[in-house]
Design a protein. Structure first.
Length: 103
């Protein structure tokens, strides 16, 4: 497993990344950064922790609204949307972990 440095909402994070998962991780980071930036730019909230939670909920809702065909991984096994949501939320919590209250 390698580590990658990414930037979300102007803050750098070092994230663990499985071998071959760089493109997927960068796509996920881009989605989270876009969602968090939109919430921040709307001016409704300035606390990063709250912005992260709202972004996670928005992204989870978007996943839940997708057709129920489960995406397949490279090895051909299907992952349910709830597992993907749990994984995404865990990564957000881990990334924010030590920062807690960023603003």
């Amino acid at each position: 497993m390698k580590q990658m440095e990414v930037t979300i909402l102007g803050q750098s994070y070092i994230l663990a990344c499985p071998d071959g998962g760089e493109a997927s991780l960068l796509a996920a980071v881009a989605s989270v950064d876009t969602e968090m930036s939109a919430i921040r730019d709307a001016g409704k909230d300035k606390a990063r922790e709250r912005i992260a939670v709202l972004a996670a909920l928005n992204l989870a809702y978007q996943l839940a609204e997708r057709p129920h065909a489960a995406p397949t991984q490279a090895n051909g096994s299907a992952r349910s949307d709830s597992v993907q949501i749990d994984t995404m939320l865990a990564r957000i919590v881990a990334a924010l972990g030590s920062d807690g209250h960023l603003l």
